[in-house]
Design a protein around this ligand. Structure first.
Ligand code: SF4
Ligand code: SF4
Length: 429
């Protein structure tokens, strides 16, 4: 995707991939091929494979352009999509697992979630049409805040304020203030007013996505589960760049199919250690962690990632569909119900993780840490203690989201899964 307005300046634009470095297209095709080669009984997964292959030029963008609608890039699961959709704009999540081809002036140690997303924002030669009208960036960490500043020189950018102390008395006023700024930003951009009817429609659309997500997650409670956990994560990732109504329909088809077909042994089997994958986001097409976990003999039955089921799991709950009530409910959904570690204190996150372990009969927990993310590094020890107190095996793995770390990951993961298998460990229900 290329920014519609002004590209990054020449000195920050330089990217000179070596001759040996694969292009983004080649990289994506290889990642997809690996997925498609695995046996799968579900024809309805095909929809998501197709979407994942279109990440460099999502049909969502082409369609919005043809219809004269705005495309709003956004970062992370903290941005209220209902507001964007109520202006008939297409939200496009820019967090990316693409390899970093160029740094666009960002420092070498920048969080890979931010530096990889420069590829989504500025694009490469194989992506030729302008795509994004504006960007919304939550101010959750220094990397994102600075990136927002850089972006604002190139495209209309809203820094979306997130109040870390979500349960403080002042937090209610602050989150409504942030939401109101988003509404005004969208009004300025589209030349329209926010209408009660459009917001209500958008909320209902995302409530349906939440319902489908819950049904999909619920399938994983079975022993063995009918789906690979990596497929569930993959399906959730494709929602970042898909039309949400079509995506919801496709998820419900997958649920219907998976509820009736028995998964073959290669997909899942009894006695395979059941894992909870939690921690820093894992974003397509950087699929090393889920692939290595499954290749090492584990089954990801639950995840607590802001790139997984959490994106839609909690619906916006409305008492009265008045404009004020709906805005209030949206603000609360994206703050009180959110378990991002940017909130402190964050008992909700510990509770959510522990409840997933019980509900999904998890044998062991894999905590994914990002080398550059102090939020996840700081909370890892809290979760470790909570799980250790209950005798639930916990493995912390650290990545820098580079695409060459499969072997190092396998060295850490294989013995852990072997230990779980030998132990025949099962957490108390
Ligand atoms: S961890 Fe939190 S701040 Fe980071 S991308 Fe996820 S929701 Fe956003
Ligand atoms: S993973 Fe951590 S450092 Fe990276 S963008 Fe998200 S919050 Fe910031």
């Amino acid at each position: 995707m290329i920014l519609k307005h002004r590209a990054f300046s020449k000195d920050t634009m330089e990217h000179t991939p070596s001759a040996a470095q694969p292009s983004l297209r080649e990289f994506l095709d290889k990642a997809l091929e690996r997925l498609r080669q695995r046996p799968s009984p579900f024809a309805s997964l095909d929809y998501f494979y197709r979407r994942a292959g279109q990440i460099l030029r999502p049909p969502l963008v082409t369609k919005a352009r043809a219809e004269g609608r705005k495309v709003i890039g956004y970062y992370c699961a903290l941005v209220p999509l209902e507001v964007i959709a109520s202006f008939d704009a297409a939200p496009l999540r820019l967090c990316s697992g693409l390899p970093v081809m160029s740094r666009h002036g960002l420092p070498r140690d920048c969080c890979p979630l931010v530096s990889s997303s420069t590829e989504s924002v500025n694009g490469r030669e194989e992506i030729s049409s302008p795509a994004i009208d504006a960007v919304v960036v939550p101010t959750v960490c220094d990397w994102k805040s600075h990136f927002a500043e850089t972006l604002s020189g190139h495209v209309p950018t809203l820094t979306f304020q997130v109040s870390a102390k979500k349960r403080e008395p002042s937090a209610r006023r602050e989150r409504l203030g942030s939401l109101t700024r988003l509404v005004h930003f969208m009004e300025d951009l589209t030349g329209r007013w926010l209408s009660r009817r459009d917001l209500w429609r958008a909320i209902q659309m995302y409530q349906k996505a939440s319902h489908a997500t819950r049904k999909l997650s619920e399938l994983m409670r079975a022993d063995p589960p009918p789906l690979r956990g990596s497929d569930l994560l993959f399906v959730m990732n494709t929602s970042f760049f898909d039309d949400i109504a079509s995506w919801t329909e496709a998820v419900l088809q997958l649920v219907a199919e998976a509820s009736h077909l028995k998964a073959p042994r290669e997909v899942s089997a009894r006695g395979v250690p059941r894992l909870l994958l939690t921690g820093a986001p894992i974003i397509w097409p950087n699929w090393n962690v889920p692939e290595v976990l499954e290749e090492s003999g584990g089954s990801i039955v639950a995840e607590e990632l802001c790139s997984g089921a959490r994106v839609f799991y909690d619906p916006v709950r409305i008492d009265e569909p008045t404009l004020d009530d709906m805005l209030q409910a949206i603000a609360e959904r994206y703050s009180l119900a959110c378990t991002c570690p940017c909130f402190v204190p964050n008992e909700d996150r510990v509770h959510r993780n522990l409840s997933l372990v019980r509900r999904f009969a998890v044998d062991g927990v894999i905590y994914h840490n990002l080398r550059t993310c102090y939020l996840y590094q700081s909370e890892a020890s809290v979760l470790r203690s909570a799980f250790q107190e209950l005798g639930i095996p916990f493995l912390e793995i650290e990545t820098d989201s580079s695409h060459e770390e499969r072997e190092q990951l396998a060295v850490r993961i294989e013995p852990f899964i072997e230990m779980l298998r030998k132990k025949g460990h099962r957490a108390v229900g």
